[in-house]
Structure formats: structure tokens, C-alpha cells
Design a protein around this ligand. Structure first.
Ligand code: PLP
Length: 335
């Protein structure tokens, strides 16, 4: 059952025409800072605003013949990817969530034609409903990161990057459950065993980092972050993404909320891109001088653009941003 580059090539073929082959754009400002060509893989250009559409599309197109309905319990970019990909394929999608999920997120997923099932008051309640749908109603559950088709689908990001720039020396990959970093590292290292792949997470509640340090999947306390798409655990029964990340990542770098805030401003003012906190952690690590020394062209994946617009405009305007019980003290952008 182990994954290989062949799975990523197969995924590339499967999803061609269904997802966008995104550009890899040099950033003059960040290249100057890095001292080497620095490139941005623009997954913000996917129709759902995030790379998660790749894995979701590959998983749906690879589901057992006769699959008529899929489910998942993500309310974020994965839920959106599954809802969109299911609609494209004419398959029913039911996204399970708890009553705590804000109405705008529910509306967004409904607008994509998915059914939303509100159950209980926690993510666990929503997960239980997901499992029930699979056991009794013939639904197929699509994990956000711990599924071979999802990981091979996300791996196509890395494959495209090396197809466009075979000379890349280092990849900076935003890291949460590790579907993206695992798939990208798998593809990139099979093509160039010398390439370095660095996972980047926020410095509070980084589940993969804590798990790799502990030598087994562990739970972490989830805290509010500008990189909200990087929150959540990796699953105590993780089957694939943990061992891929543990074996293939050269390093994991953690960045603070202040560093993410500054990276949001930098990408906006220097390159005019709107991106989520989760997408700019690689840029944050560069600006904070936290990376291993680049020896050649370096690239990061700008993973998504589904920002909370009020929070985003506060950050780029230099206003403070309140996150749970902490306050990120901002200041106006100044290169
Ligand atoms: C899901 C997500 C990530 C992290 O991907 P994993 O496969 O969970 O590590 C990064 N950025 C964005 C915008 C995401 O939605």
C-alpha cells in the first residue's frame, strides 16, 4: 500500500482538466531577500481558492465504481474542495459539521450544492455522523490528509513545480495534517533526491511537529491563529501522512503570529497577492531568517486565499488582530 511517484503521476493524469495547473511565479522582492531566485506556487488560483481541490478531485475520481455519495467533516478548505469536486462529477456530497460552525461557512458550502448536516456541538459529533453515513448509507468518507488519493493529488503540486523548475533546491511547504507536505516531498524527492523539503507551521498547536518529536501521533491543544487552516490534529490513528512526513521532511520550522502578520503584509504590498495566513508561513520563515541557507532556487506554495476579509484588512493596515485570548500587535508595513 506504499505510495510512490507513480501514484502522483497517475493523479496528475486523473485531475487534468478538473483543477488548474497553477503558475510558479518569481518574486523579485523575496528573491532579493533570499539571495537566490524565490518562487511562489499560486494555489490561490484554484476555483475554490485552495490546493485542497486537487486531493478531493483525485479521491472522488478514484472512489470505488458506483460511488454515489461522499462525505467529510471539514468546514474549511477541504470541505469546500469536496463540495466543488462532487458537484463537478455529479455526485452527492454531505458535509457534516457541528452547530458551532459559523453561518457564513455553512452558507458557502451549501452554495456549492452540498448538503450540510449539523450534528451535535463538537467536531467529534460531526465525525460520528460522517462514519454513520459511511456504514449505513453507502457514503465514501474523504479524509483531509490521511488518504492515499488525497496525498497523491496534493503531490501534483510538487510534481508541477519540478516540471517547471527542475533546478529547485528547496521547497517550503505549509504543514498541518501533512497531506500536502507528504505528497509534495514524495514527488520532489523521487525526481531529485537532493532537494530539501521543509515543513512550516505556526509555533502554537503544530500537531505534526509535536508528533514527529514524540515519535508517534499526539494530540495538541488547538489555539486561534492567523494560520487557521493549519490548525487541528493529525489523528491518533494516522496511517500515511505521519510516516511520510517523518521520513521525508528535512526539517520543520515554526513561525510566530507576528511573523505571519508581517508576511501577509509583505506578500500584499510587494507582490499584490491576497493570501491566507496558512499560505505565507514559508515567506514568514524567510523574512525571519529561520530557514536553512538556500543553495539555489527556492519556492514556497501559496496554498490558499480564503481569508476572513475583516481580519485580513486589519493585518495589512497595521491594526492589531485579536486571536482568541491573544492580541497580535501589528504595525504598518514598512519594507
Ligand atoms: C489544508 C491546508 C494546508 C495544510 O495542508 P495539510 O495537508 O493539512 O498539511 C495549508 N494551507 C491551506 C490554505 C490549507 O487549506
Amino acid at each position: 500500500m506504499s505510495l510512490s511517484l507513480a501514484d502522483v503521476f497517475a493523479a496528475q493524469k486523473t485531475i487534468a482538466g478538473e483543477v488548474v495547473r497553477t503558475p510558479l511565479i518569481p518574486s523579485p522582492f523575496l528573491s532579493e531577500r533570499a539571495g537566490v531566485p524565490f518562487l511562489l506556487k499560486m494555489e490561490t488560483m484554484q476555483p475554490t481558492g485552495a490546493f485542497k481541490l486537487r486531493g478531493a478531485t483525485n479521491a472522488i475520481l478514484s472512489a470505488p465504481a458506483g460511488t454515489k455519495a461522499v462525505t467529510c467533516c471539514s468546514t474549511g478548505n477541504h470541505g469546500r474542495g469536496v463540495a466543488y469536486a462532487a458537484r463537478q462529477q455529479g455526485i452527492r456530497a454531505t458535509i457534516c459539521m457541528s452547530s458551532l460552525v459559523p453561518k457564513n461557512k455553512v452558507d458557502r458550502i451549501r452554495a456549492l450544492g452540498a448538503e450540510v448536516r449539523i450534528v451535535g456541538t463538537s467536531q467529534d459529533d460531526a465525525m460520528a455522523e460522517c462514519l454513520r453515513l459511511c456504514e449505513t448509507d453507502g457514503f465514501v468518507d474523504i479524509s483531509p490528509f490521511d488518504d492515499r488519493h488525497v496525498i497523491s493529488g496534493q503531490g501534483t503540486v510538487g510534481l508541477e513545480m519540478l516540471q517547471d523548475r527542475p533546478d529547485l533546491d528547496m521547497l517550503l511547504v505549509p504543514l498541518s495534517g501533512g497531506g500536502l507536505a507528504g505528497g509534495v516531498a514524495l514527488a520532489a524527492k523521487a525526481i531529485n533526491p537532493d532537494i530539501r523539503v521543509i515543513g512550516i507551521s505556526m509555533d502554537r498547536g503544530a500537531a505534526m511537529d509535536a508528533s514527529i518529536k514524540a515519535g508517534r501521533p499526539v494530540e495538541v491543544t488547538e489555539v486561534a491563529s492567523l494560520a487557521d487552516s493549519l490548525g487541528g490534529g493529525i489523528g491518533l490513528n494516522n496511517r500515511l501522512s505521519f510516516s511520510l512526513c517523518r521520513t521525508l521532511l528535512d526539517d520543520i520550522v515554526l513561525v510566530s503570529e507576528e511573523e505571519i502578520y508581517r508576511a501577509l503584509q509583505t506578500l500584499y504590498f510587494e507582490d499584490s497577492h491576497v493570501a491566507e495566513g496558512a499560505s505565507v508561513v514559508g515567506i514568514a520563515a524567510l523574512l525571519a531568517d529561520k530557514l536553512p541557507k538556500p543553495k539555489g532556487p527556492t519556492a514556497t506554495i501559496v496554498t490558499g486565499r480564503n481569508v476572513d476579509m475583516a481580519q485580513f484588512t486589519d493585518a495589512i493596515s497595521g491594526r492589531p488582530v485579536k486571536l482568541g485570548d491573544t492580541l497580535v500587535q501589528g504595525k504598518a508595513y514598512d519594507a
